[in-house]
Design a protein around this ligand. Structure first.
Ligand code: ATP
Ligand code: IP8
Length: 256
């Protein structure tokens, strides 16, 4: 099985609040369906989560009750995004059901606690594909926390031991600096933990889950659970499908 995260930067425009990238999402869903591979899908929150979460500092947990309407708004918006993603999956014949992580898990000090996975396994058992996503989730200590799609990936990787873990974003992989800002940035094809401190990963858009650096850290912590853990560019038509079919594509591979 291949565990895929469709990043918020490919399914939304992260610079515009609640801007869904319908065409690109539809194409990526089609590429997944065309590959005929067994997959499990998670998606990021993009501008349906990060904009308000940043404005109300939701990444700090409950600080004051003025944040509560923002918690409700983000939960509303991420569900709306998830319905848009599942709609595209259903159109290509994938029986997807959106499962908010907070509907079956809680968090403790910013980390997801997964004791009972019966609901997810039950859906999978009957051939339904549960789709998790980045969201705001109840936290035992902090009131609430941001659960990134990357963290949901980690939990699903530990539970389901996929062969490949794939992060789909809007860059060819990890670079020495943000390739959108630095034309001299170089793609790093193989990453391990020793390289992380030399990477410039300053963020251009609202992001409360650590941007590309947070993602690589999350990838480093899950790469033992699979044969390969890879970051690829989903904005290039055909690249996801080619990767899923086993072809060699431009990417970054993460190893411990
Ligand atoms: P989300 O976490 O919202 O689901 P995502 O998974 O698509 O989004 P981001 O966290 O947005 O991924 O990270 C990708 C972005 O990181 C790129 O758009 C790129 O501009 C930026 N970036 C910053 N520094 C780097 C770097 N050193 N290498 C590659 N990308 C970088
Ligand atoms: O888009 C972030 O998840 P991500 C979740 O996977 C929220 O980083 C609500 C901002």
């Amino acid at each position: 099985m291949i565990l895929i995260k469709l990043g918020g930067s490919v399914i939304t425009d992260k610079s515009q609040y609640r801007k869904f990238n319908q065409e690109q999402t539809a194409r990526l869903c089609k590429e997944i369906a065309n590959s005929r591979k067994g997959v499990m899908i998670v998606h990021g929150a993009g501008s349906f989560g990060h904009v308000i979460a940043k404005q109300y500092q939701l990444n700090k947990g409950l600080q004051d009750f003025g944040q509560i309407p923002a918690v409700a708004q983000v939960q509303h918006d991420t569900r709306e995004l998830s319905l848009k993603v599942t709609e595209e999956l259903i159109k290509v014949g994938i029986p997807a059901v959106s499962v908010p992580p907070g509907s079956c898990f809680v968090m403790e000090n910013g980390r997801l606690i997964v004791k009972d996975d019966e609901a997810i396994k039950g859906l999978m058992h009957i051939g339904v594909m549960p789709i998790m996503f980045g969201d705001v989730v109840a936290d035992r200590r902090k009131g609430f926390s941001i659960c990134s799609g990357d963290q949901a990936m980690e939990v699903l990787a530990r539970k389901f031991k996929p062969k490949t873990i794939l992060f789909v974003s809007d860059v060819d992989g990890l670079y020495t600096a943000d390739p959108k800002k630095d034309p001299n940035a170089k793609l790093i094809e193989n990453v391990d933990i020793s390289m992380l401190d030399n990477i410039d990963s300053e963020l251009m858009v609202a992001d409360v889950t650590g941007g590309i650096r947070g993602k690589i850290e999350e990838m480093l912590s899950i790469c033992q659970d699979c044969d390969e853990c890879v970051l690829i560019n989903g904005t290039v038509p055909g690249r996801l499908e080619a990767f899923l079919k086993g072809e060699d594509v431009v990417c970054t591979r993460v190893k411990v």
